[in-house]
Design a protein around this ligand. Sequence first.
Ligand SMILES: [Fe+2]
Length: 313
Amino acid sequence: MKLLSPSATSSTHVSSSAFLPNVAGFQNLGSSSVTTFKFSKKQGRCIRRAGGTQITAKFELKPPPYPLNASEPIMSQNTFEYHWGKHHRAYVDNLNKQIEGTDLDGKSLEETIIMSYNNGDILPAFNNAAQVWNHDFFWESMKPGGGGKPSGELLKLIERDFGSFEKFVEQFKLAASTQFGSGWAWLAYKESRLDVGNAVNPLATEEDKKLVVLKSPNAVNPLVWNHHHPLLTIDVWEHAYYLDYQNRRPEYISVFMDKLVSWEAVSSRLEKAKAVIAEREKEEERKRREEEEKSTTGEDTPAPEIFADSDTD
Ligand SMILES: [Fe+2]
């Protein structure tokens, strides 16, 4: 991971391809008299300390985790050079220009996506921010010599929630091939029943936690939908496949599923999603017990008000 050389007014942090929204972001630590850079590999962000200087955080184009020619001929170097080298780069460059000097400057990529999605009333930075994240996630969703079948817990859940691995592949291919125009298809781990049509009882149960196949237009991704943890994606914008497959999108999707998907990456994302959910549930349970204890001990019961008798004045 490359950290660009610091300048007096700008710093760079690599766009995080975190599996889940990462609430931590680039931090302007303000008034230190020294300028230092600290890069946390774990959190994928750069922290800069500078005294008396206005700080601008910049996202960096992150390369795919394999050589650009590693998947020849099924995904050519030419495709990568255009897709990653030009399209993905343009999203990063445009995002950096759009956020400079705005409230989004200095936020993590995930925060930028959620804030600029603005509950569906999309702000200008959303498309570039989400496309940067989506492409990072896409490059890591595949590997040279990938494909085949997952194993372990992931396979068990796929079989439980779709009937069989083959039925899941069918659904995923259908979502990817029927996304009208540009967009993405996703496998996500859905954490609760909080979605349209089934929100009568908002309390989630174990049964609500399941794998789902989704598709999204343009740059939209599951980070903006509550309680959806993205595990796998395929880019179905025409720029993703036109050089190798022209208009044969279904063929590109089949090749992706058969020969490119990194099931190790998908399994690892599932594991992380479950860990995040378990941690949050533990915290919610702790708070619930704390509330219960307070109400049992009467800690929260307001003391009765005592009014002075006006006759005694
Ligand atoms: Fe793309």
